[in-house]
Ligand binder design. Structure first.
Ligand code: PAF
Length: 288
C-alpha cells in the first residue's frame, strides 16, 4: 500500500492504479479505525479492483467546543490495518493541503442536513459535504462506501450526489454498509473509546432500548408513546440527556408521527458523560 499526502502524489498514484482501466472504490474515514471501517474496506474490495482509503480529521465538520483536538490520531496503526485488508492507496492529506490559504467554498445540503444531528451540531453537515465533495473530485472513484451508523451523513451525501449530478461516483454508487456492533449491541464508533468502563457498560442499554421501541412500534404501539418510553429507558440506564429520539422517513429524514407501515428509521442521539453517541435502526424492514 502506498501512502500519499499531497495532491500531486495522489494524482500520480491514481493514474498508475487506473492504467489498465481498473475500477476504484473510495472509503473515506477520519482514522481511529475499528472493525466498522474494516468492514467498509472489505465490501469495497469485493466490488472494485482497487480500494483507496482516506484518513483526514476534517476540521470543518467539528463545531466550537467539540472534540477536534482530542479526536484520536494514529496514522501508523491505521495504515497497518488498511494494508492488511488489501487497500491499494491511502490518501492522508494535511489540513493545509485540503484547505489551502484562501479556501472559501462551502457545500450546504439544506433540508436533510437541518434536523437531528444538524440541529445539535450547526455547520457539521456542511463540513462533511464540503470535504466529501472534495474527496470525490480528488479521487473520482467509481463507487464510495459509507457506514449506515452515520445515517444522516449518508442521506446528506446521497442528496448532494443527486442534486449536483455527480458522476464519480454517481448517487447510485454511494453505498451504505450496515452498522457493525460490539457483542453487547453497542454500535462501533471511534468515540466509544472516550467511555469509562461503567459508561461503556451502560451504553449498551441504548441499542437494547431501541430494539424494544421497534418491537412496540412494529406491534402497533403509538409512535409518540413508544418514543417517550425509549427516552425514559435511555435516561434510566445512566445517560445524562437525549438530543433526539425520532422515527423518520429513511430518505427525507422527516419525522413520522403515525405508526408507519412503510420502512422507517429509528434514530437516536444521547449523551453519556461527555460523550455523544448516535445510533439508528430499521423499522418495518421486512415491509420494504
Ligand atoms: O464518517 C466520517 O468518518 C467522516 O464524516 C467523513 C465521511 C470521512 C468525512 O470527513
Amino acid at each position: 500500500m502506498q501512502t500519499v499526502n499531497t495532491l500531486q502524489m495522489l494524482r500520480t498514484a491514481l493514474a498508475q492504479l487506473r492504467a489498465d482501466g481498473a475500477s476504484i472504490a473510495l472509503v473515506p474515514t477520519m482514522g481511529a479505525l475499528h472493525e466498522g471501517h474494516l468492514t467498509l474496506i472489505r465490501r469495497a474490495r469485493a466490488e472494485a479492483d482497487h480500494v483507496v482509503a482516506s484518513i483526514f480529521v476534517n476540521p470543518r465538520q467539528f463545531g466550537a467546543g467539540e472534540d477536534l483536538d482530542a479526536y484520536p490520531r494514529q496514522l501508523a496503526e491505521d495504515a497497518a490495518l488498511l494494508e492488511a485488508e488489501g487497500t491499494a492507496l491511502l490518501w492522508a492529506p494535511t489540513a493545509e493541503e485540503m484547505y489551502p490559504a484562501g479556501f472559501a467554498t462551502n457545500v450546504s445540503v439544506s433540508g436533510v442536513s437541518d434536523g437531528l444531528c444538524g440541529r445539535a451540531r450547526p455547520g457539521h453537515f456542511d463540513g462533511v459535504a464540503t470535504v466529501v465533495l472534495k474527496l470525490f473530485n480528488q479521487i473520482a472513484p467509481d463507487m464510495a462506501f459509507f457506514g449506515e451508523k452515520d445515517f444522516q451523513q449518508l442521506a446528506v451525501i446521497r442528496a448532494m450526489a443527486r442534486d449536483l449530478d455527480l458522476t464519480a461516483p454517481c448517487a447510485a454508487n454511494i453505498i451504505g454498509v450496515p452498522t457493525v456492533r460490539e457483542p453487547d449491541g453497542l454500535a462501533m464508533s471511534s468515540r466509544n473509546r472516550y467511555l469509562s468502563p461503567s459508561q461503556r457498560t451502560a451504553a449498551a442499554a441504548l441499542p437494547r432500548a431501541m430494539k424494544a421501541a421497534i418491537t412496540a412500534i412494529e406491534g402497533g404501539a403509538a409512535v409518540p408513546g413508544a418514543l417517550s418510553a425509549l427516552e425514559a429507558a435511555i435516561i434510566a440506564a445512566g445517560f445524562s440527556s437525549v438530543d433526539y429520539a425520532d422515527l423518520v422517513d429513511p430518505v427525507s429524514l422527516g419525522s413520522l408521527t403515525a405508526s408507519p407501515t412503510m420502512p422507517a428509521r429509528l434514530v437516536v442521539a444521547a449523551r453519556i458523560g461527555g460523550t455523544r453517541l448516535i445510533d439508528n435502526m430499521a423499522v418495518n424492514a421486512a415491509k420494504g
